[in-house]
Design a protein around this ligand. Structure first.
Ligand SMILES: Cc1cc2nc3c(=O)[nH]c(=O)nc-3n(C[C@H](O)[C@H](O)[C@H](O)COP(=O)(O)O)c2cc1C
Length: 160
């Protein structure tokens, strides 16, 4: 079992890239959240579908999990910013598997590079935890080498 559990959601592969890269640099178990029903991956419809699901506070059912957060003191939550918030799959996880007393780090991916509002909303949802570093990445799978450097630095920083 790893030292840290990274719980993440990825629709288009950026957060997936970040998670896989992070796991290369430290002992991190990866829990990818897979909604039973995924939004359309292509075109503008995904923004409509995804944006609406955030605004309406949806909590879509998830496929079975591999790990329990109970077994870890340190968590990383990874997600793409959706409509200036965290995506519904993360909301489902928090609702169905609530946790407290963890040290929580965040890796947030976005197109615009600003994850502040989303991070603030996530922190408000997890009041009884201690928060550590936040890594904000701009579509990391587009520039893999550069992003890998940022992820490596982030992981090295939290490993101490
Ligand atoms: C439904 C939806 C809403 C989004 N909303 C935002 C947003 O508010 N701000 C932003 O910078 N990027 C937004 N994005 C872009 C993603 O956050 C960004 O491309 C991210 O890197 C995708 O991560 P993924 O490949 O792991 O899904 C949105 C993407 C989708 C599909």
């Amino acid at each position: 079992m790893g030292m840290t559990l990274m719980i993440y959601y990825s629709l288009e592969g950026n957060t997936e890239f970040a998670a896989q890269t992070a796991a290369q640099y430290a002992d991190i178990d990866l829990e990818r959240l897979i909604p039973e029903k995924e939004p359309p991956k292509k075109g503008f419809r995904k923004f409509m579908w995804g944006g609406r699901s955030v605004v309406f506070g949806e909590t879509p059912p998830l496929a079975p999990l591999k790990y329990s957060a109970d077994d870890y003191d340190d968590l990383i939550i990874g997600f793409p910013v959706w409509a200036s918030s965290y995506p519904p799959a993360i909301a489902t996880y928090i609702k169905e598997h609530p946790f407290t007393g963890k040290r929580v780090r965040i890796i947030a991916c976005s197109a615009g590079g600003n994850c502040e509002k989303a991070v603030k909303k996530l922190k408000e949802k997890l009041p009884d935890n201690r928060f550590g570093e936040v890594l904000s990445l701009q579509d990391p799978a587009r520039e893999k080498e550069k992003s890998a450097g940022l992820i490596k630095e982030f992981i090295a920083g939290i490993d101490q």
